[in-house]
Structure formats: C-alpha cells, structure tokens
Design a protein around this ligand. Structure first.
Ligand SMILES: [Zn+2]
Length: 304
C-alpha cells in the first residue's frame, strides 16, 4: 500500500453570542439563547482547550470579532496556547444578506480586530453559516487572505477556490424558457486556497437543538455522528494517498459532555492510522501552496 499522508484539523467557530445576535432584521434575541453563547465562550471553550492540550493538537479558532472583543480573556487563552485565530465576521453576519459595501466593512473591521489581538494578520476565513456571496472571494483576495473554508466543491482535497466570475442563470417561470436555458460560464481559479466546508463533518445541525427549526433537530445520538464522521475518514483513507480531514465544530455544541466524549473517541481512532498529521488550517493551506501535498482542481462551465 502506498504511504499515506492525511492532514487532520479542527476548525472551531467561536460563535459565542454573535450568532444569536445576528437576527438580520434587528429583532430581539431572548436572553436564554444569549446564555448559550456565553456558555460556548466560557465553559465550552475551556473544555475544548483541555481536549486539545491533552492530545497535543493545535487547532484553528474562527472567531467573530464580536466574540474577541466581548471575551478577550478567553481568546487570550486560545492565542497563548499556540492555536490559530481566523476570521468569522464581526457579529456572525451572513455575506449572502449584506451589500458589497457592508461585506467590505465587516471584513476590514474584523481583520483589524484580529490583527491587533494576535499581533499578526489572520491567514484564513470561514463564512458565518457558510452563507457566502459572489463578492466574497474577490474581497478575500484583495485583503491578502491566504485561505477560505466556506465552499463545497470537494470534501477531502484542497483546491484553489473559483474566483466567482463564472455566471449562471436561475430559472424564472415568468420568463420564456429560452431565457434560462444557458450553460454555466467557465470556472476560473482565484489565488485563495479552499479548505472545503462540509455539513457532514459539522457538529451544529445534528447536535444543537434550536426549537422550531427543522434543520437543527439537535438530539442525534453522538454514536450516529461518530459513525458518519469515521466513514468519511475511512473512505478518504481507502481512496486517496493524500487527503485532508477538516472537522468543523462549535464550543457551545462540542463543549457539551457527550460531544467531548465523542471527540475523544474520534481523535483516538484517527491517531490509529499511519500518516496522520494534526495541524491548523493555516498550516494545511501552506502545505498546499508550497506544493507539499496534492489537491484537486475545480473545472467546469462553458465559454459563452
Ligand atoms: Zn459560525
């Protein structure tokens, strides 16, 4: 069997209070949901730091600037433990719902807050709720960001994110069919390394109950999620000589006792495999940029 190389890492979205405050229309959030965010920034974060410390793992904490400014002592622990701190909006705003100017203002502010706190510029970005926009990649390029973790063109390989210049036409039944029967425009790559996002390696939808929201049922047995994640790892290990396994988690979800226990079992399982290297997402992106690990190429679309 050829020698394997697997880059494994945790991307932790320290949404804390910010994601609850992102009501998008100014509607009032209830204090119990805010308390779930405070739990994440305090109890959950501390438990994850202990988990990583016990297992000698350096991870990437994607932190809304609102979290950093509201819980600076907590994020100082993250920074001082040698973990990476990456961008995740200011108040967990969805780029998909903002104007280009608002997106730019959020990016500029959050880069400035993280740069001041870490005494160095952030390397990477993940979009809140992976709810992206066409302006996102061009704005990240302009800001000198190295990598993104929001798109889903692949699941187990890095690639250069498409520059979002490829056009497509949505159907509109009130118009003639001829108006939308056109192929997608040709995909061109940007300079941003993509460490793909993947809802199937994310703790939030299955393990975080939000009453009234069908997509956040939240009461799935962790044994089911553990099996789902292990199967994806097993497939990668069987099919590829080299691949990445980026897991996306949240302190307010994965800090719960039953989920910490699942992570302990996952880490032990992954570590049984030859060729596994734990690293931050920033380190993964640098491996790819340096040509030290192969990846994928996103192709498709037509000249029109
Ligand atoms: Zn988030």
């Amino acid at each position: 069997m050829p020698k394997k190389r697997v880059l494994v890492g945790y991307g932790i979205d320290v949404d804390a209070v910010a994601n609850w405050l992102n009501t998008t229309d100014g509607s009032v959030q209830n204090p119990t949901n805010v308390s779930r965010g405070i739990y994440g920034a305090t109890v959950g974060l501390d438990r994850l730091l202990t988990l990583f410390s016990r297992n000698s793992i350096k991870a990437t904490f994607f932190t809304p600037a609102h979290t950093l400014e509201s819980f600076p002592e907590q994020l100082a622990k993250v920074r001082d433990d040698g973990h990476e701190i990456g961008l995740h909006g200011y108040t967990h705003e969805y780029p998909s719902t903002l104007s280009a100017e608002q997106q730019k203002a959020v990016l500029d502010k959050s880069i400035s807050v993280l740069t001041d706190f870490c005494s160095k510029a952030p390397l990477g970005y993940t979009a809140p709720a992976w709810s992206t926009s066409r302006q996102l990649i061009p704005q990240l390029e302009e800001a000198g960001i190295l990598y993104d973790h929001s798109f889903m063109h692949h699941d187990l390989q890095m690639y250069f994110a498409p520059d979002n210049s490829h056009s497509w036409i949505e159907t509109n039944n009130s118009q003639s069919a001829d108006s939308w029967m056109k192929p997608m425009g040709k995909i061109k790559s940007s300079s941003i390394v993509e460490i793909p996002a993947n809802w199937h390696i994310d703790d939030w939808p299955p393990l975080n109950p939000i009453p009234g929201r069908a997509g956040a049922q939240g009461f799935v047995d962790t044994a089911v999620i553990e099996k789902l994640w292990k199967e994806q790892f097993d497939f990668g290990y069987r099919e590829y000589d080299t691949f990445i396994f980026p897991m996306s988690i949240h302190p307010q979800v994965s800090g719960k006792p039953q989920v910490i226990l699942m992570h302990e079992r996952m880490i032990e399982y992954i570590n049984q495999h030859e060729g596994v290297e734990w690293m931050t997402f920033g380190e993964m992106a640098k491996e790819y940029l340096g040509g030290k690990i192969a990846g994928a190429k996103v192709e498709g679309g037509a000249d029109r």
